[in-house]
Design a protein around this ligand. Structure first.
Ligand code: GYE
Length: 337
């Protein structure tokens, strides 16, 4: 039996956090489908079948996450049935039903929005297939999934606000901030906004968010929404974007409006993908709160542990860092996504 501590320490040095739950609590106690630890992979035995429903391909973060999941499954000898939901909840529900019909051993998905999952998760429960959430949370019955492997988005919002405090240090006059929100109803959009607001409320009272809107985590969304913001609110001098891709889209509209991104409009975003780091090294993004998409190895470790009947943490968090523009050029060559 592998010790739990070792199990959740990945090569990236990521540590588990949160409450311990029996891995089979939600689903597979009565009929564990898995074989003993080590039955998958290069040795003998049948490979574990994992059904994975991805949100889509809206951002650089998502692309890196998809690659990480696919690579880690291959490395772990897990047979992956991968399905792309194109940012639509109905596609994810259909994919999960499909996985149930195919009798996969485990289902994992990154829920596009937080609500509306209990019915399909109950179907998985009836089929005794354990469900592991990855990346994003749901707000329904927590007994319907074993655990979540993913980031603390509220903490990311708080970290982004602290970075904004740093970036705005020394600026005089009112701060008229714009916010580009991620997909409405998604965990990262709701929680990043909440974390940011919480810190902001305790910061300089001259800060205000003058406008905030959904840019759907895409470059094009960020570009379109920022163009509209600049029309209606030419006084904007700071931007909080819920991801790098929207910040990069916004930069195009800021330039088109004859302003200098990173100077006339200070920009803080979240993720830390390659293109975000490039924009930061050019001074167009002032700071980034990292959100690590490389969840594949942790997810595969968790899949094996759950099927082996081991106890896992209810929320397996990821370790992340903060970066400001002055650190970007030096950090860029080491970035893994
Ligand atoms: O920040 C964004 C992506 O759920 C953490 O989704 C993820 C977010 C990520 O589209 O770029």
């Amino acid at each position: 039996m592998i010790a739990r501590r070792d199990l959740f320490r990945t090569s990236a040095g990521v540590l588990a956090a949160g409450a311990l739950v029996p891995a089979l609590d939600a689903c597979s106690k009565s009929s564990p489908k898995a074989s003993s630890p080590g039955s998958s992979g290069s040795g003998g035995g049948k490979a574990i079948k994992l059904g994975f429903s991805q949100v889509g391909s809206e951002s650089g973060w998502r692309t890196a996450n998809t690659t990480s999941v696919k690579d880690a499954a291959a490395k772990a000898g897990i047979t992956l049935n991968f399905s792309d939901a194109q940012q639509k909840q109905e596609n994810q529900i259909a994919a999960i039903r499909n996985f149930i019909a195919q009798k996969v051993d485990v289902i994992s998905f990154s829920p596009v929005v937080t609500s509306g999952w209990d019915a399909v998760l109950n179907e998985a429960k009836s089929a005794k297939i354990p469900v592991i959430l990855t990346d994003r949370q749901v707000d329904g019955d927590p007994s319907l999934y074993v655990c979540l492997v993913g980031s603390d988005f509220e903490a990311e919002g708080e970290r982004a606000a602290h970075l904004m405090e740093k970036v705005l240090t020394g600026m005089t006059g009112p701060i008229n901030m714009a916010q580009l929100e991620g997909t409405s109803g998604s965990a990262p959009a709701t929680q990043r906004a909440a974390g940011f607001k919480k810190v902001m409320a305790a910061s300089d009272p001259s800060w205000k968010i003058v406008i905030s809107q959904d840019g759907n985590f895409t470059r094009d969304g960020g570009k379109q929404v920022m163009a509209a913001f600049l029309q209606s609110h030419p006084e904007i001098n700071a931007l909080f974007a819920h991801n790098d891709d929207m910040a990069i889209g916004a930069i195009q509209s800021i330039v088109a409006a004859g302003k200098k991104p990173g100077t006339d409009i200070k920009i803080v975003s979240i993720d830390g993908v390659h293109d975000g780091f490039v924009a930061m090294s050019q001074g167009q993004i002032n700071a980034i709160a990292e959100c690590n998409p490389l969840l594949g190895p942790q997810l595969m470790d968790t899949v094996k542990a759950v099927l082996a009947g081991q106890t896992v943490e209810k929320w397996i968090k990821t370790k992340e860092s903060d970066f400001t523009a002055d650190q970007a050029a030096a950090a860029l060559p080491q970035r893994q996504y």
